[in-house]
Structure formats: structure tokens, C-alpha cells
Design a protein around this ligand. Structure first.
Ligand code: ADP
Ligand code: MG
Length: 751
């Protein structure tokens, strides 16, 4: 097979009208020899196909089915509607809708005439007009239906509508036939319009990054661009406006006041306030100056900035968010997959029922095929009504439209949820397990006490004698290689007192997760960490002399040289002022919620924090493995658990929890990849909002499923005894789809 490869083909598909089109395309592509896995998502218009199939084959099959790849849109293809365009403008500009509109006016005029007139041929003219209208407007539907049947082996909505309309013509119900075709066409338009609206609101998220950037280059002879001297050192330079794809790491870019920043970078010069709402959802601008990081897609305030690029624009945080959000939206939750399977089964089942309804009473019970006798509809008519009720559109779209709206809403708030499944699990969570450092507390501790073995003074509060300094200097030789917040605190103290060069950096530094660090300094082992670490290093005996410090409310690091403890360093973390309010908000958002704190820190500190916050449960002195066990225990005792951490040293616990939530994701690429939910900003206030969106999402999904299934069942019950008219069935079908879409889109505006 020429051009065939076993790769995954990803593409955008254009021309889908409603959720069931995605099913038609999936079936059609699955018929291709070599295709293994096919997934088409209606809300994001994405296709993923795995197998030995070439792109050309996919393109050909799509065209056969009546769709096309978005990038290969034929001339005159339906134009994407801008979100600004109202429904009216959409209906007036779409060619198919125009034809249907004209046909409707003609049919209405003729039926008015036929109704008023006494003239004999009037009824004939009416019948003729209706048949013509049904034929003209319905032909594209007929073709689509036949294509899906032929190439996809699938009974599609279009086919069902066509059979229903043809059946009505056969019975002599010309008016009904025309009404079915016209209403269906308008309905498809309405569905397409609302789906486009939902999609547009997603796209706005993706297009935050500017396409052009102004790069500052040292002036070279013969270079073009406007050279000028800005008085800031570089006398000869020129500014070149280039596409973002031409910006490289290390480039210096100029960001003018009010401009959107084109790439992630560090400010080299200039001060300004930057609005980071695009990435973090926080709309209050933050002050930024030389040395501070800035993110692509965020908006510069009043000052001009020169930014050294640290990441390619294609790799920027906002670009990665956009990719992850799109992946999240294309992901199908088990519930969605179930509904899709159900729809595949539902349609043929109702079609079979329709056949039975026509055949059984007429063949075996003397029922009338055409006339019900008592004025009710004949069995053929009832069967036709069932065909229309067999359309699963509303059902198929009810979950994805809601979930995608919720994910978009959250992304705008700076909350990245990895998919509908994760969102749903979030709604089920009854227990919240918090990491302490960096989550409930700021995670930026500072040293507040030091005590050397031979120091005569009390460990309070900022004692700094020669003995103390030596303890700090010794600790700093190991902590220099650690990224832990406590290490940063110790290094800060060492810098403050000019102790960083007293000892060379220790060699062979190893982190004992949850306990501390050890390293080799001139052949002597130096360890810094908890009492447990001291025991493990054979230095337990010396711990007692620092009782006064270890019994305070601080987190205390013991410092040992070989097996003798030479000193202790106490650090304290700053509280987050917002934490108590967040815990209260959680209690009202999730009734009966259980809060627990899991920390590697000592019991005293942990209890102190937990009491102040009024948490239900505290577990202290946990090693990373203990945190996993704690999550398991919480789950078996109280059901689904969400773990909230800063993602720095609690990744395993985040992964083990039912939902792992990482804070401050904009700073950590790793957290963005591994957690189920990422708060871009280091802000605990996002937690209650996220939980409330997740719970609301679940409610609306339930409403939508009940609504779409309920209306179908109701019509089923009406159609069999002959009470449902064809056109009412179409109105109900289309109406439910639109209703469900609008209901789902409410999530976009959730508070
Ligand atoms: P938390 O659960 O609060 O995030 P960790 O599991 O990161 O805490 O750490 C638990 C304890 O281990 C800390 O309170 C500290 O005593 C010790 N520790 C961890 N890393 C270091 C380090 N780099 N230097 C010194 N002590 C450390
Ligand atoms: Mg931590």
C-alpha cells in the first residue's frame, strides 16, 4: 500500500452538523482496511485514527461521506461563523438555509391560498408545491444519508429523515413531508450554529499568543529596521518585527506598553505591571521588574520591557495549556463512551421497532396501514414517526457540550482539568487531603532560630553567635544542592550572614525524601534533617540536647557531622491568610466534606496548623510512602480522595489520589503534565470554585441526559398509539438538541 503507515493520524474535520455525524464518520473510517482505532470528537472537530491508513485514504473517505479535512476545505465550503454573528445573520447567509427559507415562504403562501380558495385545483397545487419543496430542500439530506449507508454501513439521521419524508409522500401527506424536511434543515442549522458558538469560545483560549514579536538586535552594518538610541546602554540596535516562529531562546524582545508578550522569558530591563489573567486567571496585574519571569500571552501594563526569551513561543506555558486543554476536551469519559455505545444500539433498535409497529398490527391484527379508521393515524404513519424519534442527536451531544463548556470555563480561571473523567471524579470527592508546606502554608519558610551544640544562649529568636554561624554554614554546604523550600530558607540565612563560602559545596548529596539530605564534606558525612534521619545516620544520641528547640512550634532540622549532632536550625513558614476562608468555603460547597493534612513535618507544627484551620484530621511525620498509605486509608474509610499539593515532592501522592491537584502549575512543567488538575496560580482559592464547577457540571449532565432520554421516551409512548405527528417529532428532536446544547453552555458562565 503506497503511502500507508502505521502512524496515528490527527486532523480537524469540517462539515459536522450534530453529534451523530461524528458517529457516522467513525463508522465510515472504520470500514477502511487497516484502520484500527478511530475517534472523532464533535465538540472539538478532531479526528484521531490509528492503523495502516494513509492520509489520502482518510481524505477520500471523508469526501465520500460528505465531510472534509478542515485544512483541505474545498472552495465554497461553509464558512466558519464568527461568534459575533447572531443566529439571524447565520441563517440569512448559509446557502442551505437560504433555500429552505425561500421554500418555507412559498409553501406557506400556497397553503394559505389553498385554504382560502374554493378553486378545485388548489389542493393539487398545494400538494405539488410541497412535494417540490421537500425534493429540493431534502436532496442534500438524502445524498448524505445514502453515503453514510454505503460507505459507513450506518443508518444515519439523514437516512431516517429521508425515509420518513418519502413515507409521508407515499401516504399522501405532502404537507407533512415538506414540514419534516424543512424543520429538519432548520434544526440542523440551529444545531450547527450553537455548536459553532461553543467551539468559538474555546478557540479564543488558544489564540492568546501574539503572532508577531519585536526582536532587538545589535545594530550591524547594512541591517534594515529603525535604528535608534534609547539611552539604555545599547547605543546601536535595531528593532525587527518577526513572526513568533522566528523568535529563539536567548533573543531579546521588546514589549511595548499594552502589548501582549510573545514568549516566556525573563525581564532584562524595564518595570511594569503585567496582567496574567490569560494564564493564571488572576485579573489583578502583578508588578514585574528586572530578573522577574514573564509568560507569553500575558499583557504588559504601563512600562516598556525588554525580555530575554527562555522558551520558544511554540513551547510556552500558554501554548502548553492550550494543547492540554484541547487534549482534555477531545478525551471521552466512560460516561460519554457509554452514551455513544448506547446511541449505536438505540437507533437500530427503534428502527426495528418501527418496522414491527408497521408490520405486526397490519399483518396479524387487521390494523389499517394508511388510515386509523377512527381518525387516528395509520400504522405506517406511526412507524414513520418512530424513525424520527430514533435520532440520538440530543443524547449524543448532551455530555460533551456540557463538559467542554465546563473545561473552558475553568481554563479561563487558570484551572486546567485534564478531561471530563477527571472533572466527574472531582464532583464525587468527599475527602480532601492537603499537603502542608506550599499548600496550606506559603511554602516559603525562613530560619527563625539556630542553636549550636556549644552555644551558651537560648535558641531564641535570631541568635547568631559564632557557633550558630558554623551550624548554618555546615548545613548550607549540603542544602546548596537541594530544591526543597527548607533548603532555600537555610541558604537565605547563610547568604545573609555571608557564610556560603566557609565550606565548599558538599559532594555526593543525596536527598532522603521526607527526612532531609546528606552529603560528603572533605570526607566527612554531613546530614541535615529530621530526628528520623539522625537515627538512620546513627546520630540519635545527640538529639536530646536540642529539646528546647525541637519542642517549639518550629520545623527543626538537626545538623550532624558523622554521628554527632552539632546543631539545630528552626524554620517557620508564613501562613496564607486566605486558607481559613477557603476551608470554610469548601465546607459549604461540598456538604460533609472531610479535610485532612498529610505532612512530613513534625507533629507539633502539624497540629498547630491543623487546629488553627480546624481540619478534621492530621497525619504528621509521613515519608512519601506513608502519604500513599494515608491516601489509601482515607479512601477506604471515606470514599474518593482528592490530594492537593504543590507538586514539588508529593507527585506520588498526587498520582495515587482519585484526583491529584497541583498548585502553582505555571511555574512547574512537571506538575502540569502529571496532575489531574492544575492551578496555574499558586492560589488555594481556586479549590472551592473548581469543586463547585465540577459539581454543577455533573448536575447539568444529569439534567441533559434526563431531558433527552425523557423526551424520546415520551414521544415513543405517544407515537405508538398514533398521537404524535411527524412534524412534532422533528420539532421535539431538534428542540431537545438545541435545549441540551444551550443548557450545557450555561457552564461557560458559571459564577
Ligand atoms: P511536607 O509534607 O510538609 O511538604 P516534606 O515531605 O517535603 O514535607 O519534608 C518533611 C520533612 O523532611 C521536613 O519537615 C524536613 O524536616 C525534612 N526535610 C525534607 N527535605 C529537607 C531538606 N532539603 N533539608 C532539610 N530537611 C528536609
Ligand atoms: Mg511539600
Amino acid at each position: 500500500m503506497a503511502g500507508a503507515s502505521a502512524e496515528v493520524i490527527r486532523a480537524k474535520i469540517a462539515g459536522m452538523d450534530c453529534g451523530s455525524c461524528a458517529l457516522t464518520i467513525e463508522d465510515g473510517l472504520r470500514q477502511l482496511p487497516g484502520a484500527r482505532r478511530v475517534a472523532v470528537d464533535f465538540t472539538t472537530e478532531t479526528l484521531e485514527l490509528e492503523g495502516e491508513v494513509s492520509r489520502e485514504q482518510v481524505e477520500r473517505r471523508l469526501r465520500q461521506l460528505g465531510y472534509h479535512l478542515a485544512e483541505a476545505a474545498p472552495a465554497g465550503a461553509r464558512q466558519a461563523i464568527t461568534p459575533a454573528a447572531g443566529p439571524l445573520r447565520f441563517f440569512l447567509t448559509d446557502p442551505q438555509q437560504q433555500v429552505a427559507l425561500v421554500a418555507t415562504i412559498v409553501v406557506l403562501a400556497v397553503s394559505l391560498f389553498a385554504w382560502l380558495s374554493e378553486w378545485d385545483p388548489a389542493q393539487f397545487i398545494f400538494n405539488f408545491t410541497c412535494t417540490a419543496a421537500a425534493a429540493v430542500v431534502g436532496t442534500p439530506t438524502l445524498i448524505k444519508g445514502l453515503r453514510a449507508l454505503w460507505f459507513g454501513r450506518r443508518v444515519s439521521i439523514e437516512l431516517l429523515m429521508t425515509v420518513a419524508a418519502l413515507g409521508a409522500l407515499c401516504i399522501g401527506e405532502m404537507g407533512e413531508a415538506a414540514t419534516v424536511v424543512l424543520l429538519f434543515t432548520f434544526g440542523e442549522g440551529l444545531e450547527r450554529f450553537s455548536a459553532t458558538r461553543a467551539r468559538e469560545s474555546l478557540k479564543s483560549l488558544m489564540s492568546l499568543q501574539p503572532e508577531m514579536a519585536t526582536v532587538i538586535r545589535a545594530h550591524a552594518a547594512g541591517a534594515h529596521g529603525d535604528a535608534h538610541d534609547d539611552g539604555h546602554g545599547a547605543a546601536h540596535e535595531h528593532h525587527e518585527v518577526v513572526p513568533a516562529s522566528h523568535v529563539f531562546v536567548g533573543d531579546l524582545v521588546l514589549v511595548r506598553p499594552g502589548e501582549r508578550i510573545a514568549a516566556d522569558g525573563v525581564i532584562a530591563q524595564g518595570e511594569s505591571s503585567v496582567n496574567q489573567a490569560a494564564v493564571t486567571g488572576e485579573s489583578i496585574p502583578v508588578a514585574r521588574g528586572p530578573g522577574d519571569g514573564v509568560l507569553a500571552g500575558t499583557v504588559n501594563g504601563e512600562g516598556a520591557l525588554r525580555v530575554t526569551v527562555t522558551r520558544l513561543p511554540a513551547d510556552s506555558t500558554v501554548a502548553r495549556i492550550a494543547r492540554l486543554v484541547e487534549q482534555a476536551q477531545a478525551q471521552r469519559s466512560p460516561a460519554e463512551a457509554f452514551i455513544d455505545r448506547f446511541a449505536r444500539w438505540y437507533t437500530p433498535a427503534v428502527v426495528a421497532l418501527a418496522l414491527l409497529v408497521v408490520a405486526v398490527p397490519t399483518l396479524f391484527a387487521g390494523g389499517q396501514l394508511l388510515e386509523g379508521g377512527d381518525g387516528s393515524h395509520g400504522w405506517l404513519y406511526r412507524g414513520l414517526a418512530l424513525l424520527i424519534i430514533a435520532c440520538p442527536c440530543a443524547l449524543v451531544i448532551s455530555i460533551p457540550v456540557t463538559v467542554v463548556s465546563s473545561l473552558t470555563r475553568l481554563a479561563r480561571l487558570g484551572v486546567l482539568v485534564k478531561g471530563g473523567e477527571q472533572l466527574d471524579r472531582l464532583a464525587e470527592v468527599r475527602t480532601l487531603a492537603f499537603d502542608k508546606t506550599g499548600t496550606l502554608t506559603r511554602g516559603r519558610p525562613s530560619v527563625t532560630a539556630v542553636q549550636g551544640r556549644d552555644c551558651a544562649h537560648e535558641p531564641e529568636p535570631q541568635a547568631a553567635c559564632e557557633g550558630c554561624d558554623d551550624v548554618v554554614a555546615l548545613a548550607a554546604s549540603v542544602e546548596g544542592s537541594s530544591e526543597h523550600p527548607i533548603a532555600h530558607a537555610i541558604m537565605a540565612r547563610a547568604r545573609e550572614r555571608g557564610l556560603t563560602h566557609r565550606y565548599p559545596p558538599a559532594a555526593a548529596v543525596v536527598a532522603a525524601a521526607g527526612r532531609g539530605v546528606t552529603g560528603q564534606l572533605r570526607g566527612v558525612a554531613v546530614s541535615v534533617g529530621t530526628e528520623a534521619l539522625m537515627s538512620a545516620r546513627g546520630a540519635a544520641a545527640g538529639v536530646g540536647q536540642f529539646a528546647r528547640l525541637t519542642e517549639s512550634r518550629r520545623t527543626v532540622m538537626l545538623v550532624a557531622r558523622d554521628t554527632s549532632v552539632v546543631g539545630a536550625i528552626g524554620v517557620e513558614d508564613t501562613r496564607r491568610e486566605e486558607t481559613p476562608a477557603v476551608i470554610d468555603a469548601l465546607r459549604s460547597t461540598v456538604p460533609g466534606v472531610r479535610t485532612a493534612m498529610l505532612t512530613g513535618d513534625n507533629e507539633r507544627v502539624a497540629l498547630d496548623v491543623a487546629q488553627r484551620l480546624n481540619l478534621d484530621e492530621v497525619r504528621a511525620q509521613l515519608l512519601p510512602a506513608d502519604k500513599l498509605a494515608a491516601i489509601e486509608q482515607l479512601r477506604s474509610a471515606h470514599g474518593p480522595v482528592a490530594m492537593i499539593g504543590d507538586g514539588i515532592n508529593d507527585a506520588p501522592a498526587l498520582a495515587r489520589a482519585d484526583v491529584g491537584i497541583a498548585m502553582g502549575g505555571a511555574g512547574s512543567a512537571q506538575a502540569m503534565e502529571t496532575a489531574d488538575v492544575v492551578f496555574m496560580q499558586d492560589d488555594l482559592k481556586r479549590l472551592p470554585i473548581t469543586l463547585s464547577v465540577a459539581r454543577r457540571n455533573r448536575r447539568i449532565v444529569k439534567q441533559n441526559i434526563t431531558l433527552s432520554l425523557g423526551l424520546k421516551l415520551a414521544f415513543l409512548a405517544l407515537a405508538i398509539p398514533g398521537f404524535a405527528t411527524l412534524w412534532l417529532a422533528v420539532v421535539a428532536d431538534v428542540g431537545t438538541t438545541v435545549l441540551v446544547t444551550l443548557n450545557g453552555m450555561r457552564m461557560l458562565k458559571a459564577k
